[in-house]
Design a protein. Structure first.
Lengths: 103, 386
């Protein structure tokens, strides 16, 4: 393998890592689920500074409760959920939603 | 040297120490807790400067805000104290019983002042209240001793919870939880889990000053901020200033209680006898905090930091799990420093505040009413020592 090949491979890996947005996570309370629009809006924030975040539910989004897969329509307002998502062009595309147990 | 003369010499040597200990003055309002390191004390002093700093639109204020400085409201009797300002909060109970804090329409805190640029752009003086929203007034609490409340372990709070009133005393305190499930303890509805969150969020909702923890401005009643009215890039305050502010609030000493005379001691006993202590738990203990002066300390907070139903007369908005009539037990430490009482400052005196207690507190209120005038005076004298 020449030095040029190695350099090219490193460049390609770098470009790939830049293109794939970092996966993020948040824990929030479900506000509304819109099965038609495949969106779920949740409430989160810091102190009394609250924010509504809208996330896109993809066909391959894993929605679970107690480790068991459930349909997204079973997410109800007031449920606390852990969401893993990627921010792509301002849209939060969801990889997984895990309903949390009430403490 | 004989053992007796050695003992006398030792006693003479310890006497000045004992005298010094006896003469250590209690903290004044606004003093830091004792035992801070030099670095912590310097951070406390820098934090006070941030709290007293008045922001302008070109240093991050607004475009909507309630006050230009923390110390504008938290001012009485010192920076970090209470104030006579009453905020406007909103909420709505949905038809399915869930709580909507109207975040998408600017809730739950509605800012009451607009910067000149926003006034010019939209012709508004304050954030518009969403139609149909339930309204709540929120007075400015003093922050003295809040670092100690923050250091109380969750388990110590939950130990007082009795949501199903299993002990049949008519008092059923239950916790509120933040939107991520953490146990809440700050705010009149106990929604805020930590002092850090309380402070970080306050910069934005009270002053419109974004910071690393909350880098996005509040909306204008749910609508985006018009172009050009908020020229300062986010975050509008840096992490160091935020950390210093947090240290200032965290290290504020709890107000010292006045010593009780015989009447005051009787009042304290009556406070327990008529079961005010069912919610206003006299003492909480802090846990293994990383800050030594906050570690394993007894706090005469007179609160359980839990939600209690206070009756329909006081009901206003829901927030998180708290229903409109549920409020967190107000800490009574520093009560004597306040000039208005209850969550919305509706009571002009402590006696009036007691009279307005309802719901779970109605039985204690009725017992207060049935006391002789002399006993009521004793109980009020005790409360005036806090």
């Amino acid at each position: 393998m020449t030095l040029e090949t190695v350099r090219l491979q490193l460049l390609l890996v770098g470009a790939f890592l830049t293109a794939v947005p970092a996966r993020d996570e948040l824990i929030a309370t479900v506000r509304k689920v819109d099965p038609q629009m495949r969106t779920c809006s949740v409430v989160t924030g810091v102190g009394h500074a609250l924010r509504v975040v809208s996330i896109v539910i993809e066909d391959d989004t894993r929605v679970t409760q107690r480790g068991t897969a459930i349909p997204a329509s079973e997410l109800k307002p007031g449920m606390v959920v852990r969401i893993a998502f990627r921010d792509e062009a301002g849209r939060k595309r969801c990889a997984s939603i895990e309903a949390q147990e009430k403490p | 040297m004989t053992p007796r003369s050695r003992a006398l010499r030792l006693g003479a040597g310890l006497l000045p120490l004992a005298l010094v200990a006896a003469c250590v003055r209690p903290p004044n309002p606004g003093d830091p807790i004792r035992g801070l390191s030099r670095v912590q004390r310097e951070q406390f002093d820098r934090g006070r400067a941030v709290v007293e700093r008045e922001f302008e639109p070109d240093t991050g204020l607004g475009p909507l805000f309630n006050a230009p400085a923390c110390g504008e409201c938290h001012e009485d009797p010192v920076a970090g104290g209470g104030g006579d300002e009453v905020e406007r909060h909103v909420g709505l109970v949905n038809s399915d019983g869930t709580c909507d804090s109207l975040v998408e329409r600017g809730g739950p805190v509605m800012q009451q002042v607009a910067t000149p640029a926003l006034r010019e752009a939209l012709g508004i003086d304050s954030e518009p209240v969403p139609p149909g929203a339930a309204l709540a007034g929120r007075s400015t609490p003093d922050l003295l001793g809040f670092g100690l409340l923050d250091a109380v372990p969750d388990a110590a709070i939950l130990a007082h919870a009795d949501p199903d009133d299993r002990d049949h005393d008519g008092i059923s305190g239950r916790p509120n939880r933040f939107f991520d499930g953490r146990l809440g303890r700050f705010g009149r509805k106990a929604i805020v889990p930590s002092l850090r969150d309380f402070n970080d969020g306050a910069f934005v909702i009270e002053q419109g000053v974004t910071n690393p923890a909350v880098p996005v401005e509040e909306t204008i009643g749910g609508s985006p901020i018009p172009a050009g009215v908020d020229p300062v890039p986010e975050p509008e305050i840096d992490q160091r200033a935020i950390d210093d502010t947090d240290a200032f609030v965290r290290f504020l000493a709890a107000p010292a209680r006045r010593s009780l005379d015989r009447e005051g001691r009787r009042g304290r006993d009556l406070f327990a006898t008529i079961r005010c202590v069912g919610c206003h738990v006299p003492t909480l203990e802090t846990g293994e905090d990383s800050i030594e002066p906050l570690r394993k300390k007894k706090v005469a907070a007179y609160t359980d930091l839990l939600l209690h139903d206070m009756g329909l007369e006081l009901a206003d908005i829901c927030l998180g799990d708290a229903s409109p009539s549920e409020f967190r037990t107000e800490p009574l430490m520093g009560l004597r420093l306040n000039s208005r009482f209850l969550h919305d400052a509706r009571a002009a005196t402590v006696r009036e505040a007691i009279e307005l207690h309802g719901g779970e507190a109605a039985a204690s209120r009725d017992r207060f009413r049935s006391l002789s005038e002399k006993d009521r005076a004793a109980l009020l004298k005790f409360l005036d020592s806090l």
